[in-house]
Design a binder for this molecule. Sequence first.
Ligand SMILES: *Cc1c(COP(=O)(O)O)cnc(C)c1O
Length: 396
Amino acid sequence: MEKLAIHGGSPVRSTMLSYGQQWIDESDIDAVVQVLRGPFITQGPHIAQFEKEVAEYVGARYAVAFSSGTAALHGACHAAGIGPGDEAITSPITFVASSNCVLYCGGTPVFADIDPQTYNIDPAQIEKKITSRTKAIIPVDFAGQPADMERIMDIARRHDLTVIQDAAHSLGAEYNARKVGTLADMTMFSFHPVKHVTTGEGGVITTDREDLYQKLQLFRSHGITRDPGMLLKDEGPWYYEMHELGYHYRLTDMQAALGISQMKKLDEFVRRRRLIAAAYNESFQGMSGIRTPYQASYANSSWHLYMLRFQQDAFRVGRREIFEALRAENIGAHVHYIPVYRQPYYQRLGYDRTEYPEAEAFYEEAITIPLFSKMSDNDVKDVLHAVQKVHAHYRN
Ligand SMILES: *Cc1c(COP(=O)(O)O)cnc(C)c1O
């Protein structure tokens, strides 16, 4: 048996392979430099064009760009009317932004446990958490696999709730052959560098509803409008009005130009991610004690993340040792995610982890392995090799 690097053997790779990273080429750099040479580096024509590209790609009527995905979620919660006393239901297996956005608006995040197969929020658990205060559902398309949106939208219609889909992981994914982006009332995409395509920092909300579109636009720019159709009066050509307490959450024109250039490559990036995920599935499916990601029949994931579950009773050591052994092989393992209710801030708010047995079980066993479009075939082979090496060593 090959000696593990953590025990003094030589690592599978000489340099660390990160779990995810951007793919920027010369055409992206040229696009940004062109904006820098021009007159508008913040509020220029590229923002509207970037919004148009994203809206067209997903088939939505409107898109509003924000300075980050988190800012976009904040805007969506505001547009959904979430305020003090209101509750919004989301998944505990997500990044903290999915529930922090509810807190920003003075509302209360409520977590519904995940489905043990898809790791997405379980619609049956959502139903159990609905109260007279529930205002919204925020499903998260974990790892790029869309949540069960048909069932979630059905629940929302029956209880008159707004649905904000956190699609930070699922740009390019499909639900029943329909692109993510119009399945919910509002859909949030993130353009952080580890996501499918990037603007450095950035986020977008897509929606088909004009009322939400207008609220989002006001919110991202101080609550200020210059739209003659919205002004209460007209004191002259300089005149504008602040109608709501908005924020300064705008994307820059430099970032939008990068986004437009990156969107051209999105389909190719997703295709590459799917190929790598298929190679992983094929190699890991037959390995005892390892669970590969289950894919629901309605889902065509865009594979933001790939995680394995190392079943506790199948190994001589715990998840931590397996994780550290992979890191020692220079494979940039990660854990997505620490359940949000476990965070000290949320613990102070009184969340009880015994309410989420499936999220707890998932968190005990999950390890994310590298997956990004720019990975070479050799990088993929290194990951396969390292997982096989660690598995052979520690399996019962
Ligand atoms: C990345 C991400 C966000 C938004 O993050 P930003 O860094 O603010 O763009 C929100 N939810 C999830 C699940 C994410 O992964």
